[in-house]
Write a protein that binds this ligand. Structure first.
Ligand code: FES
Ligand code: FE2
Length: 355
């Protein structure tokens, strides 16, 4: 039984990763080839030649204009994945086409649809506008995780771990001490988890980037749009400073921490992370600090989750976890993922292994 939810859009890459070099990444167990046409459009197709499976991302495969030429015997494919030339004969077999994937470039991400392409137009592509928007500066990266995606979802929906796993970076005692509120909007497919700290220590991550020296009012408002996109709306202000009644909030610092959680396989995940801020927009020192600090924090999670994956792989079935209030968001996410998985398989699509 696969844990990967199909018939969904997933982040496959940052737009900056894809150019006129052949680029391959495994998404939800499918090896996908990406490249840009001469006009700049991103294409996504299977990274396996229909002839003898040679990966089209492997040298000496190469692009010629808007075609990709297999480096083994020269089968040549257009941007839509249809084979346009084969060696030794003029007739191209009708079935010679690579599976092509719906692809959309948005908010600095390249999204691919995994599942039945006919369902792509009606499926949601979540937005993360801050990542490519005037008034915000973003640092971002991707870390490979040798653990199943569900462990990262659990991790991100319960930030009480910041106090322990990320002490000295983003964690302070108040994060674990402050209760959360959780809301689930089944129709919109959004899980929200909020933690508002009225009077908290300012962790180095925010003290050094904002310049605030004293205690802070710190709000963490999570929105998770399963399966792929997670945003932590983070609000930092000198203690006691609240937004104005009209919603404006000039005296606070806002950080949008975005994660895209994309399964590579059943047991590995692409952990895309981005930190967008609405202050110190042109300060390269702040960008460098946040990039390095956030990557360190992500790697602390990666290390812990890689350990958990090994533990789970080795244990007998039937282990009973114990959940408490802090797990409310994570448990809601599990329920919503199970629903999406059931809907995905109800669409009748066989998994790649059985195809
Ligand atoms: S494997 Fe690609 S042309 Fe033969
Ligand atoms: Fe973490």
């Amino acid at each position: 039984m696969t844990s990967i939810v199909r018939n969904q859009w997933y982040v496959a890459a940052y737009g900056r990763e894809i150019g006129r070099d052949l680029f391959s990444r495994t998404i939800c167990g499918e090896s996908i080839l990406f490249w840009r046409t001469e006009a700049g459009a991103v294409t996504a197709m299977s990274d396996r030649c229909v002839h003898r499976r040679f990966p089209l991302s492997e040298k000496p495969s190469h692009l010629v204009g808007d075609t990709v030429v297999c480096g083994y015997h020269g089968f040549t494919y257009g941007a839509d994945g249809v084979c346009v030339a084969v060696p030794g004969q003029t007739r191209v077999p009708r079935t010679a086409r690579l599976r092509s994937y719906p692809v959309v470039e948005q908010d600095s991400f390249v999204w691919v649809f995994i599942g039945d392409p006919a369902l792509a137009p009606s499926a949601r592509i979540p937005r993360a506008p801050w990542l490519a928007q005037e008034g915000w500066t973003t640092v971002s990266g991707m870390e490979p995780l040798a653990a199943r995606a569900s462990l990262l979802i659990d991790n991100l929906l319960d930030l009480s771990h910041e106090t322990y796993l990320h002490g000295g970076y983003i964690g302070t005692p108040e994060v674990a001490e402050t209760p959360i509120t959780t809301e689930v909007d089944e129709d919109a497919g959004i899980i929200s988890v909020s933690r508002h700290m009225a009077d908290a220590a300012c962790p180095p991550f925010y003290a050094k980037s904002t310049g605030i020296t004293g205690r802070i009012t710190r709000w963490q408002d999570i929105e998770y749009l399963p399966p792929c996109l997670y945003t932590l709306h983070s609000r930092i202000a000198p203690v006691g400073v609240l937004p104005n009644a009209d919603g404006t909030d000039p005296d606070a610092f806002h950080v949008e921490v975005v994660y895209a959680i994309t399964p590579e396989t059943e047991h590995s995940t692409h952990d895309f992370w981005a930190v967008a801020r609405d202050f110190a927009l042109d300060d390269q020192g702040v960008s460098d600090f946040l990039a390095e600090n956030n990557r360190t924090v992500v790697l602390q999670d990666v290390t812990a989750l890689d350990v958990l994956e090994r533990v789970i792989a080795d244990e007998a079935d039937g282990y009973q976890e114990l959940s408490i209030n802090i797990d409310t968001g994570g448990l809601a996410a599990r329920r919503m993922m199970a629903k999406l998985a059931a809907a995905g398989s109800a669409a009748g699509l066989p998994t790649p292994a059985t195809r």
